[in-house]
Write a protein that binds this ligand. Structure first.
Ligand code: CU
Length: 154
């Protein structure tokens, strides 16, 4: 898991060049005006723009991917995300959905929590479970974008 803030001039200094390039492209967009839905940020790389209401952690499941890295960037609102970087116990997860590249678990094992402010990003590598969209101070609307990076690009 990597954490950063697009507002900083030096945000990309320690990032892999692929992450740096994609984050710079996102930063150049008018994020507040960006319509929800799926867009192509560059050939073969999709990003999903979402607006939804945050909820308590108990009401949702954590997800994990194998083939894609998530770059999750908060546009507006507040968002807590539970995550873990320890080795996941695959037997505790539900079945893996190969076509959509995800599998679920009720809660992240050995969880940590990050709190994103607008312009902050969190990058989740394959096999790093994460539960986004958790309320910080009450259930509120947020807007975010998730860039799906094929792991073979690194
Ligand atoms: Cu994800």
């Amino acid at each position: 898991m990597l954490l950063g803030d697009l507002s900083r001039d030096d945000f990309s200094n320690a990032l892999h060049p692929v992450f740096a390039r994609l984050c710079k492209k996102v930063k150049e967009l008018d994020l507040v005006a960006l319509p929800t839905g799926q867009h192509e940020i560059e050939e073969g790389i999709k990003m999903n723009v979402m607006e939804f209401q945050t909820t308590a952690a108990e009401t949702k499941k954590a997800e994990m991917h194998r083939k894609f890295i998530d770059i999750q960037i908060l546009i507006s609102g507040d968002e807590a995300i539970n995550y873990s970087v320890t080795q996941p116990t695959l037997s505790l997860f539900e079945e893996y959905h190969n076509d959509d590249d995800y599998q679920l678990i009720p809660e992240v094992e050995n969880k940590n929590t990050i709190i994103l402010k607008p312009n902050m990003f969190a990058i989740f590598m394959p096999y790093e479970p994460h539960k986004p969209g958790i309320s910080v101070n009450g259930d509120k609307m947020l807007k975010k974008v998730v860039v799906k990076v094929p792991v073979e690009m690194l």
